[in-house]
Design a protein around this ligand. Structure first.
Ligand code: FES
Length: 170
């Protein structure tokens, strides 16, 4: 079975943004059980939280007729329902229910993107999911000098601090 997270590669090349990098998508408090839309690196996303509180990022376009999932509603567990005809997806972007259908078309998926929460932000990774390293954030807070420049390390990191880190762009 194909990993639905890798199906967006063609679209990503067209958009022309570096993709193998973590992008801030929202403040952590912005992402709730009510789906919201956010465009990151030219890519419309639907962000929401599962019942367990995990942040999820799916492409904001239903597999069926491209209706924005961000206008839908969350259901039990990790599911989100399209507002147009009611297809239900799980947090991996796989369809788990089609109204009036006994079987589910296996191609009924939407891209799902890796998400981490660090420093009060929700970060998304739009590129190759196998390269999305959530431990990268530990590196970026180590204040390693870059290009021979010594960086001043604040005694208490704050939301307004200047952060210096080496990007993971490839
Ligand atoms: S457009 Fe989403 S179910 Fe039809």
């Amino acid at each position: 079975m194909t990993d639905v997270r890798t199906q967006s590669s063609t679209t990503n090349k067209v958009l022309g943004y570096p993709l193998n990098v973590w992008y801030v998508a929202a403040w952590d408090k912005e992402v709730t059980r009510k789906p919201m839309s956010r465009k990151v690196a030219g890519r419309p996303l639907a962000l929401y939280r599962t019942e367990g509180g995990k942040a999820v990022a799916l492409a904001d376009a239903c597999w069926h007729r491209l209706a924005p999932l961000s206008m839908g509603k969350t259901l039990a567990k990790d599911q989100i329902q399209c507002p147009y005809h009611g297809i239900v997806y799980n947090s991996a972007g796989r369809c788990v229910s089609m109204p009036a259908q006994e079987t589910i078309n296996p191609s009924a998926t939407v891209p799902s993107f890796p998400v981490v929460e660090r420093h009060r932000y929700v970060w998304v990774w739009l590129g190759d999911p196998t390269k999305a390293d959530p431990d990268w954030f530990r590196t970026c807070t180590s204040w390693t000098p870059r290009n021979g420049q010594e960086m001043a390390k604040p005694s208490t990191p704050r939301a307004t601090s200047s952060w210096c880190w080496t990007t993971s762009w490839t």
